[in-house]
Ligand binder design. Structure first.
Ligand SMILES: CC(C)(COP(=O)(O)OP(=O)(O)OC[C@H]1O[C@@H](n2cnc3c(N)ncnc32)[C@H](O)[C@@H]1OP(=O)(O)O)[C@@H](O)C(=O)NCCC(=O)NCCS
Length: 182
């Protein structure tokens, strides 16, 4: 269930945090992933942020490390966030922290695994995400997974000294099932 074609997901462990700390402090990565939990600066803050989840006490968030399947190398992370016990609306996020690996298909592959967990194993009805409108690589990757653009929030994000439009994207379980069947 956690294996894709080129990536494998496993749950975040405490020993992953120093590497994740590098990713969250890389401006190239965090600049695009404006809406991921990646706004921390110190390792201590990051450890605090994930303390509850690592103790198995977080009912709203599950974070997975994305590994390159052929080598086992951790290359990024992704997240499922539920704020509703019926899992009606829930949010996904992804960041390939090793930027030399962008555009090689890993993000799309890992997102498909994440969606399989959410829809096929956790019974989600809907997955949603939002991203900066200029993040064309991310939008294309999400569209390849089946996400549709549902709207644009004008200048909804302020980052790096200016306002940015934000694209909202959604995917329903019935659409996911139809894509699998096709
Ligand atoms: C967004 C992200 C997860 C996508 O993963 P990825 O492995 O880089 O993407 P993929 O290679 O699977 O797919 C990207 C697609 O966009 C295309 N693409 C790449 N760069 C592009 C660009 N600048 N503009 C438009 N399309 C682009 C690729 O060609 C590919 O499409 P194709 O397979 O049809 O050729 C990854 O780039 C990432 O983590 N970026 C930084 C953080 C981020 O943006 N997170 C998402 C925040 S919501």
């Amino acid at each position: 269930m956690l294996d894709g074609k080129t990536t494998r997901l496993r749950k975040l462990e405490k020993t992953d945090l120093p590497l994740a700390h590098r990713w969250v402090n890389d401006r190239d990565v965090v600049g695009w992933a404006r809406f991921s939990p990646e706004h921390m600066t110190s390792l201590t803050e990051l450890e605090k942020e994930f303390e509850k989840e690592l103790a198995g006490e977080d009912t709203e968030r599950i974070t997975y490390i994305v590994e390159e399947k052929s080598t086992g190398r951790p290359i990024g992370w992704c997240v499922l966030r539920t704020w509703d016990r019926k899992h009606v609306g829930a949010n996904v996020g992804i960041s390939i922290g090793e930027k030399d690996l962008w555009g090689k298909g890993y993000g799309t592959d890992a997102m498909r695994v994440l969606l399989a967990i959410a829809f096929d194993h956790m019974g989600w009805h809907r997955a949603e995400l939002w991203t900066l409108a200029e993040n064309e690589r991310a939008i294309k990757s999400f569209e390849k997974c089946g996400f549709r653009r549902e709207g644009v929030a004008s200048e909804a994000a302020y980052y790096d000294g200016r306002y940015h439009d934000v694209v909202y994207m959604g995917l329903l379980k019935q659409e996911w099932d139809a894509r699998k069947a096709a």
